[in-house]
Write a protein that binds this ligand. Structure first.
Ligand code: COA
Ligand code: AMP
Length: 633
């Protein structure tokens, strides 16, 4: 019997009692005056008055409790062939030494530090070192281009940027330093210093006086015998800012606090993932995404687990058996990844033949999130791995599952296509356009009743107004998730689509509006639309439609190529915009809104209805012809 309903009801009856009790598993320097203060912040704040340190809770307290010799991070990099284990003792030594190095550059509490790094252990060390001294980190995914990095530099205004000489993708080495230099050149704000990890594959050129080598910073701190102590911060102080795609090209700076974040994430390790201290947890994601923040770095370490930092891909590094190799070699108890990773493995090894080479009996559960988990992929994984496959739904904004199937509380029966039920902390209502609650089975906007639980964003970085406008204004009293879906008679949630312009490409959250802004910069483009269309491997991929300026006589194919290149340069390879098509006109409503949803439905071969407000129905035929000519439909 699952305890889920009892636990959920106990939270409903006494939310403060519930989170206050969960907070007892965290070591506080000073306990909270109030578990929740409804008058503080935009919608209230958690653990008000408490003092704490996140790094202390991730490292020092485990060492003090006798876990010093246990592996904390296992760095496994099939792309370079490197492997290295850091025990809790060793990780504490690295983190406190690096934190002292940052202090020697004048970094302290409240200063922002951007981390632009590949999947190396030093990325996690840098994050924890910031947490140790109360600096606010902002990790920027390595696949983003200089301009995206520059936007984040200008918003976060970091004193320091920590980077590496290169990232390594299958078949190519990407020198990061030129990208970083270009971003600093573009940005209006200039960081005082950079620390660069020199990797064997590329030696970065360092600007004298501004840039320092990671190893040099560490050596100086060691020679001086310096290690940084944990700096007490308020539970409500920011731990990090993580930028995520918003409805316009400007990314949103999601703020995470220290206290509530620790309480909620620590609570999830047992309740949601069924994982206990000392076990090995592997989130195959990237530290640049929220999954990496929450489940590569913070939650497993808060719980005293061993976490895996994997620098590789599910296929091609060297083959589709690498996940099974990592699970068996490091005794992984639970794996968390995006469905796209499993679709990639399934495509390469449909029969799961490579599994026969490995003993993965240590693995109890597979967790999927980041995009819709299609039943085909879930069933393939169930069949081959012989473990429960659990879909769960959340967002950068929340840091942990809004809905899931809580393994530690006793899993509920699985319904394919549903991430199961709301977690304690989240009261979900499905609303119509007027904000009325919809009955079971009816599709609407999925909203969370305020207040949001601990760890969810209290605001956007220095922008309470944008936070209110983006998430709270449409449905008063609620947080709008921007996902549409429904709840069935059994209380199971079904997530159907985004209500904004966000698409999910290989588990990466991207804004089509942001790509449109880039295409519109091309001098020959008069108008454009980017839509997400279904893709067997990546879930969705962006496709661009452009209308050329009158009088342009250049070869359209050439312009299309330039557009693809422009998006790669401006946003990054990760945008995956591969097809841009030249159209004569774009279908619009009479008020001038481009009918992106209808274009996507035509491309996906789905049933579609002629929108009543369409300006000129003939344009849909023209667009269909364009797509047909390119083999898209
Ligand atoms: N730095 C630089 N470039 C990067 C990058 C990084 N950290 N991550 C991806 N890219 C590049 C890729 O090399 C690729 O470039 P290309 O167009 O020149 O080939 C491009 O961005 C698109 O990457 P991606 O969408 O990841 O596609 P892929 O074909 O390289 O790999 C998968 C497909 C399914 C194997 C891959 O997406 C994957 O492993 N997904 C796992 C899911 C995941 O980690 N999700 C994160 C949220 S949980
Ligand atoms: P991100 O902020 O990058 O984690 O992306 C969050 C978005 O990804 C959500 O708003 C959903 O649109 C989508 N998403 C995440 N997990 C799931 C899931 N399990 N099922 C369906 N969609 C999901």
């Amino acid at each position: 019997m699952s305890q889920y309903h009892d636990v959920y009801n106990s939270w409903m009856n006494d939310p403060e009692g519930f989170w206050g009790k969960a907070g007892q598993d965290i070591d506080w320097i000073k306990p909270a005056d109030k578990v929740f203060d409804a008058k503080a912040g935009v919608y209230g704040r958690w653990f008000v008055g408490a003092k704490c340190n996140t790094c202390y809770n991730c490292l020092d307290r485990h060492v003090e409790a006798g876990r010093g010799d246990q592996a904390a991070i296992i760095y496994d990099s099939p792309i370079t062939g490197a492997k290295r284990t850091f025990t809790y003792n060793q990780l504490l030594d690295e983190v406190s030494t690096f934190a002292a190095g940052m202090e020697s550059l004048g970094i302290g509490k409240g200063d922002r530090v951007i981390i632009y790094m590949p999947m190396v252990a030093q990325a996690a060390i840098a994050m924890l070192a910031c947490a140790r001294i109360g600096a606010v980190h902002s990790v920027v995914f390595g696949g983003f281009a200089p301009r995206e990095l520059a936007t984040r530099i200008d918003d976060a205004r970091p004193k320091l940027i920590i980077s590496a000489s290169c990232g390594i993708e299958p078949g190519r080495v990407i020198a990061y330093k030129p990208l970083l230099d270009e971003a600093i050149e573009i940005a209006a704000h200039k960081p005082a210093n950079c620390i660069v990890l020199q990797r064997d594959e590329v030696q970065a050129e360092l600007h004298v006086g501004r840039d320092f080598a990671w190893d040099g910073i560490m050596e100086s701190a060691r020679e001086a015998g310096k290690k940084a102590d944990c700096v007490p911060v308020a539970a409500t102080d920011p731990l990090y800012i993580l930028y995520t795609s918003g409805t316009t090209g400007e990314p949103k700076g999601v703020v995470r606090d220290n206290g509530g974040h620790m309480v909620a994430l620590n609570w999830t390790m047992h309740a949601v993932y069924g994982i206990e201290s000392g076990e090995v947890f592997w989130a195959a994601s990237d530290v640049g995404w929220v999954v990496g923040h929450s489940y590569i770095v913070y939650a497993p370490l808060l719980k005293g687990c061993t976490t895996i930092l994997f620098e590789g891909k599910p296929v091609g590094t060297p083959d589709a058996g690498v996940f099974w190799r990592v699970i068996s070699e490091h005794k992984v108890a639970a794996l968390f990844t995006a469905p796209t990773a499993f679709r990639a493995i399934k495509k390469e090894d449909p029969e799961g033949k490579l599994l026969k080479d490995y003993d993965i009996s240590c693995m109890r559960t597979l967790f999927l999130a980041g995009e819709r988990a299609d039943p085909d992929t879930i069933q393939w994984a169930e069949r081959h791995l012989q473990v429960p496959v659990i879909d769960h739904w959340w967002q950068t904004e929340t840091a942990w599952a809004i809905a899931g199937n809580p393994v530690g509380l006793g899993a509920l029966p699985v319904k394919y296509g549903s991430p199961t039920v709301p977690m304690p902390g989240y009261k979900i209502d499905v609303l119509d356009d007027e904000g009325n609650k919809l009955p079971a089975g009816e599709l609407g906007a999925i909203c969370v009743k305020l207040p949001l639980p601990p760890a969810c964003l209290p605001t956007l970085w220095q922008n309470d107004q944008r936070f209110r406008d983006s998430y709270l204004a449409e449905f008063p009293g609620y947080y709008e998730t921007a996902d549409a879906g429904y709840v069935d008679e059994d209380g199971y949630l079904f997530i159907m689509a985004r209500t904004d312009d966000i698409i999910n490409v290989a588990g990466h959250r991207l804004s089509t509006g942001g790509m449109e802004e880039v295409l519109a910069e091309h001098p020959d483009v008069a108008e454009c639309a980017v839509v997400g269309i279904a893709d067997k491997l990546k879930g969705q991929v962006p496709v661009g439609f452009i209308v050329l300026n009158a009088g342009v006589e250049r070869d359209a194919a050439e312009i299309e190529k330039e557009c693809v290149q422009l998006v790669r340069e401006r946003i990054g390879a990760v945008a995956s915009l591969r097809i841009v098509m030249n159209a004569i006109r774009l279908p619009k409503t009479r008020s001038g809104k481009i009918l992106r949803g209808t274009i996507a439905k035509i491309a996906d071969g789905e049933q579609w209805k002629m929108p009543a407000t369409i300006d000129d129905p003939a344009i849909l035929d023209e667009i269909t012809d364009v797509m047909q000519a390119r083999g898209l439909v």
